[in-house]
Design a protein. Structure first.
Length: 243
């Protein structure tokens, strides 16, 4: 299990990536698979996070790295700022249940600091969030996963083509209005109501280093960030080859 630590300078031939609001490491693991060395930062203790990480406020830590020049150790930044205020799970009928509306929106201050780094970056948000550009939208079906889990990504300082969205093969398994539906996907959120077991969630998301349900239900499938990481490294190689 990873313990929070002051991240040290280490020699590594891999480009180094800063994973902000890192949670349990779904995004970080994908970037490692793409070829990055990963450091995380999260305000909560994340003993299952598989990489070195700083325990603390992500925006305060990013501001510190910028002010001290330590941000220059990184080649790329990924950020998944809290999004529950306006995501699809906390609007509409759910609003009537008292969910949503109490979370601080950190997207804009995150973007401001990321722009100040001068580094290429990604901001990730789920569907229902209007505050980011949808430069890239990924879905589990694009990677043969057992979840749909649409996620939107704003790309700062670089671009990559949008892959074709593949038609879904069926329904998400679970109860809808008192009726149980079967299908090739599991509902990677909540508990009960035909929701998957923890092992089913792990298999569907491609995550095997945490068995904490809340961490799994909040995680980005590593296949998404592996795709993004490989796309960025390929774009950098193309630029360097043309220089």
């Amino acid at each position: 299990m990873t313990q929070p630590t002051d991240i040290q300078r280490v020699r590594n031939r891999r480009p180094r990536l800063l994973d902000l609001f890192s949670c349990a490491g779904g995004a970080g693991k994908g970037y490692e698979d793409a070829g990055f060395a990963v450091d995380g930062c999260d305000i909560a203790h994340r003993p299952n996070y598989p990489f070195p990480y700083h325990l603390g406020d992500a925006l305060e830590y990013l501001a510190h790295l910028i002010a001290t020049g330590e941000i220059r150790r990184y080649a790329f930044v990924h950020a998944s700022p809290p999004c529950q205020d306006k995501c699809t799970l906390t609007v509409g009928t759910n609003r009537s249940q008292g969910w949503g509306g109490s979370h601080v929106d950190l997207v804009q201050p995150t973007r401001t600091l990321l722009d100040a780094t001068g580094l290429p970056y990604v901001i990730e948000q789920p569907n229902g969030r209007a505050e980011i550009r949808k430069d890239l939208t990924l879905c589990g079906e694009m990677f043969g996963l057992g979840v749909i889990r649409h996620r939107n990504f704003e790309l700062g300082g670089w671009t990559t083509p949008q892959p074709a969205h593949r038609p879904h093969r069926g329904r998400v398994r679970g109860y809808r209005h008192g009726r149980l539906y079967d299908g090739p996907y599991v509902a990677a959120y909540g508990n009960g109501g035909g929701k998957p077991t923890v092992p089913e969630l792990q298999a569907a998301l491609g995550i095997d280093w945490t068995d904490v349900r809340k961490e799994l239900t909040e995680a980005i499938p590593p296949a998404y960030s592996e795709h993004i990481g490989r796309a960025y490294l390929a774009s950098r190689t193309s630029v360097e080859a043309a220089a």
